[in-house]
Design a protein around this ligand. Structure first.
Ligand code: UDP
Length: 365
């Protein structure tokens, strides 16, 4: 039996792991131990996903969150190493691009434990983003590079990654969306609580540091969403970081008169809000793709995106939040639009392919 130690810490990682952990459990020759760093710790940013998505409680919980990027990553590195020394896994599995991803990969490679990176090869080509630094460094020290898209695999080839390490599996988020998208209906749930009708509202999410930490960009987004709300209801589940910044800027109360500002919702409520929205405006990577999975037009509140396939196919458009007018215009232009019929994220079996790939390779090591 080969032991995989999975390092998780943030909301999108719990969602991605829900399908991969399930696939690992179904794969003979593999067993999994889950470590939660604590990076996201509020019940509605963490526990709700373990409950809703049928995941086991983490075997290790480090309770590390807050502080500067360096301090948080350093504390995680130290604590993850202690767990690895006790658990002695055959491989460490990490997801995406957070500080938990980098700390898990670095702790493992220093102990000569091979690293598997799910969502390898994504690039924004913007090194000012903490996520870009985390993902490039993690890719560089990973033995298995499980890529979600062709573009991601090409980035890795161009950067000189060992070809045998690049495994094109598709996007695990597509697996999750396929599984849960079917279950979700328009009646009940968050839509009923908010009194929203199908295809008659805009869903917004904002949490990237480049937007929350820049008062001008955040104001452009807030003003654009407020203007949109004159036309259609806008529902905005507020990430804790965004709530804190809006509160500090004194924008929260007045905004709440125009927009449905709600706490972060669980995955099933989120899928419902996405699936039945007229449009999604977001700076989230996962939400951009989920908009496409549910065939909803998307406006991305960023200067660039890692998910370039959706720009090319017309499902998504960039609206750099430099001023409110251009963002509101992008939302207006995207409403009612549709993209081309494309399938860039695999066949919905990425999780099984990851588990099988690890089992086969580890049996040979
Ligand atoms: N999500 C959720 N509830 C929310 C907001 C987002 O369940 O209130 C889910 C969303 O459906 C997607 C994931 O969280 O699956 C995206 O996470 P996030 O936007 O935090 O991170 P990113 O994808 O940008 O790394």
């Amino acid at each position: 039996m080969r032991k995989i130690l999975t390092v998780l810490g943030a909301r999108p990682q719990f969602i991605k792991a829900s399908v991969v952990s399930h696939a690992i459990a179904q794969t003979s020759g593999l067993t999994e131990v889950v470590l939660h760093t604590g990076q996201h710790f509020d019940a509605n940013m963490s526990a709700v996903f373990f409950e809703e998505l049928g995941m086991n409680k983490p075997d290790h919980f480090l309770g590390i969150h807050g502080g500067t990027h360096g301090a948080m990553t350093g504390r995680m590195l130290d604590a993850i190493e202690q767990v690895l020394l006790v658990e002695r896994p055959s491989a460490v599995l990490v997801y995406g691009d957070t500080n938990s991803t980098l700390a898990g990969a670095l702790a493992a490679v220093k102990l000569h434990v091979p690293v598997a990176h799910v969502e390898a090869g994504l690039r924004s080509f913007n090194m000012a983003m903490p996520e870009e630094v985390n993902r490039i460094l993690t890719d560089r020290i990973s033995r298995w590079l499980f890529t979600p898209t062709q573009a991601a695999a090409e980035h890795l080839r161009r950067e000189g990654a060992a070809p045998r390490g690049i495994v094109e599996v598709g996007d695990v988020m597509y697996d999750v969306a396929l599984h849960h998208g079917r279950r979700v209906r328009h009646d009940g749930g968050a839509m009923a609580r908010l009194g929203l009708a199908q295809k008659c509202y805009v869903l917004a999410t904002v949490h990237r540091a480049e937007n929350t930490d820049d008062p001008q960009r955040l104001a452009a987004i807030v003003d654009a969403l407020q203007a949109t709300a004159h036309q259609l209801p806008v529902v905005w589940p507020l990430h804790p970081r965004t709530r804190a910044v809006l509160q500090q800027a004194g924008r929260l109360e007045s905004l709440a008169h125009h927009v449905h500002l709600i706490e972060p919702v669980g995955y099933l409520d989120m899928v419902q809000l996405e699936k039945y929205a007229a449009l999604i405006a977001t700076d989230s990577g996962g939400v951009q793709k989920e908009a496409f999975f549910h065939q909803v037009p998307c406006v991305t509140l960023r200067d660039e995106t890692e998910w370039v396939e959706l720009l090319k196919s017309g499902w998504n458009r960039l609206a750099p939040p430099t001023d409110a007018e251009s963002v509101a215009a992008a939302i207006g232009a995207a409403l009612g639009s549709r993209g081309a019929a494309v399938q860039p994220y695999g066949s919905g079996d990425a999780a099984q392919r990851i588990a099988r790939g690890l089992a086969d390779d580890l049996a040979r090591l």
